[in-house]
Ligand binder design. Structure first.
Ligand SMILES: [Zn+2]
Length: 492
């Protein structure tokens, strides 16, 4: 066995396949076969998988720079699955990934049965590609982008692109993102659900132990309880089913979501813990259906950590919790007068440990929704207006073929787009500004023509049809005079 003479320095959240591709390029190998032989000592069929095998061989060739466990933890998606597996299944999966075959791994983890594999693709975010090239010197495959159900980049909130490998080839042609054309994995439209799910998946991938604690704390059941879907310890099935049917209609419009919007049966399978291993994507999707977001996971975990230090039995609510602690929590809860009771800090903790006080407090201090206090729309509006103006500058300064300044393109780059699109009345300043920021097709075409003239050094002799093709214009909205003016201006 030969040690590797070099190996790329891993980038943040880089997948093992990405490292193999970068190694392949540095080694200037002719084909994947040679690279696989050098990295794994055999022909690995799983190098492009989210759960690659042959990791023991790789670890040995790296002279222990990364143990098998570290390779799994840092460069594969197994940590996303681990919280949903019992210890034995988790260990078995790691053993299979260490070995050379991996047969049955996806079956054992329920991935094959989930049917998500048919929607799998090699995904990247265009903004990540640009930033990675600037920051790291190379684009690379991000691990989280490859997880089923992640259709949006959690960092940029942009729809991911699926690469189209040239010809009939697959991942074995060893390309990095941006080296072949891609297609968006989701339609345009409201992405807020997909964004929330992507954020939760990324957090889950980075915090498998915390996720395990959350699952042990029975987050979903507590949420159902809070939402009134549990009575006398039983799920109110019809009521929940009606709710889910309505909620599923607002699901993100990507192929893998369509697998799940047809029926809510899978939700009940998760809740009853029936059948196979829960797919992380299904769990986070269900969280979103129940209006849980990343913040809830974070708070729930902290409350569980707090609870872990003190043994509390439900029938003895607070006699073993230090008085100071209890007092501090009650004060923090009572102080947040502008929040609904479920959203106040420490609600879940108080619900579990100090329910009598909580019930008394809530009964004595009913919540009055006061929009003026709840949300300062005016400052949101002015912040959004500023962001929109910045977004326009960003769009205009993008390298390559000019993008049109459209409503959708602007909204993709700002934080409060969802609220803005749903409640335009709250954003008068931004609405007026937006109208002035938009670019007409005519102006956009002129910019594309200007760009094509410079990019391809076109002159007056160039046929109009050629110029339009370079500029990517099918139906012209500019006059020939305007085009000639552009060419002459450019030559001056
Ligand atoms: Zn990104």
């Amino acid at each position: 066995m030969a040690n590797l003479l070099f190996f790329p320095q891993p980038f943040p959240d880089e997948s093992l396949y990405s490292l193999a591709v970068r190694y392949h390029k540095l080694a200037a190998n002719q084909g994947y076969r040679a690279t696989s032989q050098e990295l794994f000592g055999s022909y690995s069929r799983t190098c492009g998988s989210i759960l690659p095998c042959c990791l023991e061989a790789l670890s040995e060739r790296l002279r222990g720079a990364f143990s098998v466990g570290e390779l799994i933890e840092r460069f594969t998606l197994l940590p996303l699955f681990l919280p949903f597996l019992d210890d034995e299944k988790g260990r078995d999966a790691a053993v299979l990934m260490g070995g050379n075959r991996g047969t049955g791994l996806k079956m054992a983890l329920g991935i094959t049965a989930s049917r998500f594999l048919q929607h799998a693709s090699f995904r990247y975010c265009e903004s990540c590609v640009r930033e990675d090239i600037l920051e790291c010197g190379s684009a690379y495959w991000h691990r989280i982008h490859q997880a089923s159900g992640t259709c949006i980049c959690p960092r940029h909130s942009e729809v991911l692109q699926a690469i189209r490998f040239p010809g009939c080839s697959d991942w074995r042609c060893m390309l990095l993102p941006g080296e072949s054309a891609g297609t968006p994995v989701m339609d345009c439209g409201d992405h807020s659900g997909a964004v929330a799910i992507a954020h939760m998946q990324l957090w889950g991938l980075d915090h498998p132990n915390e996720m395990k604690t959350i699952l042990a704390g029975n987050l979903l059941r507590n949420r159902l309880d809070e939402m009134g879907f549990i009575r006398s310890g039983r799920i109110r099935e019809q009521m929940l089913r009606d709710f889910l049917t309505r909620r599923l209609r607002c699901s993100p419009s990507a192929a893998e979501f369509e697998e799940m919007v047809r029926s809510a049966e899978w939700v009940f399978q998760i809740l009853r813990r029936q059948g196979r291993t829960v797919q992380p994507f299904k769990f986070y999707f269900l969280c979103w259906l129940l209006d849980l977001e990343l913040e809830h996971l974070n708070t729930y975990r902290l409350e569980d950590v707090n609870r872990a230090g003190i043994v509390v039995r439900p029938d003895e609510p607070n006699n073993i919790i230090p008085d100071d602690d209890l007092h501090a929590r009650r004060i923090a809860f009572a102080k947040s007068t502008n929040l609904k009771c479920h959203d106040k800090p420490g609600y879940q903790w108080l619900y579990r440990h100090d329910r009598e006080w909580l019930a008394r407090y809530v009964a004595g201090n009913p919540y009055h929704r006061d929009r003026r206090i709840l949300i300062d729309w005016q400052s949101r509006d002015s912040a959004l207006a500023l962001e929109l103006a910045k977004a326009k500058t960003m769009i205009l300064s993008v390298d390559g073929k000019p993008q049109q300044v459209t409503r959708a393109a602007l909204c993709r780059r700002v934080l409060n787009a969802h609220a803005f699109l749903k409640m335009p009345d709250h954003f008068p300043m931004s609405t007026t500004l937006m109208a002035g920021l938009l670019e007409s097709t005519h102006d956009h075409q002129l910019r594309k023509i200007r760009w094509a003239i410079r990019e391809y050094s076109l002159t007056e002799n160039c046929a109009m049809s050629v110029l339009y093709r370079y500029a990517g214009i099918r139906i012209s909205r500019v006059s020939e005079d305007e085009v000639f003016t552009q060419i002459r201006d450019d030559m001056d």
